[in-house]
Design a protein around this ligand. Structure first.
Ligand SMILES: Nc1ncnc2c1ncn2[C@@H]1O[C@H](COP(=O)(O)OP(=O)(O)O)[C@@H](O)[C@H]1O
Ligand SMILES: NC(=O)OP(=O)(O)O
Length: 316
């Protein structure tokens, strides 16, 4: 079989800025990203695409809360908002991939798998929300919002503004991993683990029930990639490479890094919690669980990155 890559697309990378949050704008970003992923497939990769949903799950939840207040509609639970994003974003990626395959005359089909991910009911994350969702707010807007919604936890997100936080338990098991593995090895381009997966609790009898939370898609993607023994984990986000001293005058791009060096940079606080740090932790986990290579880059650099010309490459 050709090289198996799991490519995680960031939820924020589908929204270029505040002026491009509409569904149509996000579709254009998906179309652009899909071109580069299909470019990788043309180079000989089999690909599983996963995606984030931080902004989108927050928008759906907020719409539902407003509808409840102004039209007495039932509120949509957070877990269902997450499931909604798997359908909506999965649909966009699936359509964009298939259109691109057709344009290039490739005999390939994309398929989206609704993916549940088991988490622990006792995960301490349920007591301490850390996952940013929805829009970014200024300090002044945040003060107003907190007055109207005292129960919201709002925290500054990596220097980009304030955001609402929800619980983000660690992924323990990808329920649909076997079917995802079978489909990709049968030649399908599989879209799965959307938004980190729909969080579910497993009872002693094996039955599942949803729980309100948003799983980190980089952690869930890393777990899937290790489980199915993918050759490479690729995290596609808003920057072409990872940097030391990010945003400072002495900023330095990283091209090739070992696991030991990466751990040293983590200890030196080079990666912002809530944005780059979870990606780095996901990469460390993948490499410690048998992965051979991980790449962090942006959507437009994917083809060049797999050819070794750009991106940050991390090896055991
Ligand atoms: N050391 C770093 N190197 C590169 N980017 C960093 C670093 N620290 C923080 N960042 C920020 O992290 C962002 C990626 O996180 P985020 O936008 O939350 O991810 P996602 O694309 O998955 O939504 C980058 O676009 C960049 O703004
Ligand atoms: N679920 C999740 O991790 O989404 P983002 O990548 O958009 O933060």
């Amino acid at each position: 079989m050709s090289t198996l890559a799991v490519v995680a697309i960031g939820g924020n990378s589908l929204i270029r800025d505040n002026a491009h949050e509409s569904v149509e704008d996000q579709y254009q970003a998906v179309v652009e990203t899909a071109k580069h992923i299909v470019g990788m497939i043309e180079q000989g990769y089999e690909v599983i695409v996963t995606h984030g949903n931080g902004p989108q799950v927050g928008f759906i939840l907020r719409r539902s809360e407003i509808a409840k207040d102004v039209a007495a509609m039932h509120q949509v639970p957070l877990v269902s908002c997450g499931a909604d994003t798997q359908g909506a974003i999965g649909y966009q990626i699936q359509q964009a991939m298939d259109n691109e395959f057709k344009k290039r005359g490739m005999d390939k089909t994309a398929v989206t798998i609704v993916t549940q991910v088991v988490v622990s009911e006792n995960d301490p994350a349920f007591q301490k929300p850390t996952k940013p969702i929805g829009s970014f707010y200024t300090k002044e807007q945040t003060a107003e919002i907190q007055k109207a919604n005292p129960s919201w936890v709002m925290i500054e997100d990596a220097g980009r503004g304030y955001r609402r936080m929800v619980a983000s338990p660690l992924p323990q098991e990808i329920v649909e991993k076997n079917v995802i593995n079978k489909l990709v090895r049968d030649g399908y381009c599989v879209i799965s683990v959307g938004g980190g997966g729909i969080p579910v609790i497993k009872s002693e009898d094996g039955s599942l029930r949803g729980v309100d939370a948003v799983i980190d898609k980089d952690f869930a993607t890393s777990l899937l990639a290790a489980d199915i023994k993918a050759d490479v984990l690729i995290i596609s986000t808003g920057v072409p490479t990872v940097y030391l001293n990010y945003g400072k005058p002495n900023e330095k791009a990283l091209d090739k890094v070992t696991l030991a060096e990466l751990k040293q940079y983590v200890a030196e606080n080079h990666f912002a919690p809530g944005s780059m740090l979870p990606k780095i932790q996901a990469v460390i986990s993948f490499l410690e669980n048998g992965g051979k290579e991980a790449i962090i880059t942006n959507p437009e650099s994917l083809e060049e990155a797999v050819a070794g010309k750009t991106g940050t490459h991390i090896y055991p």
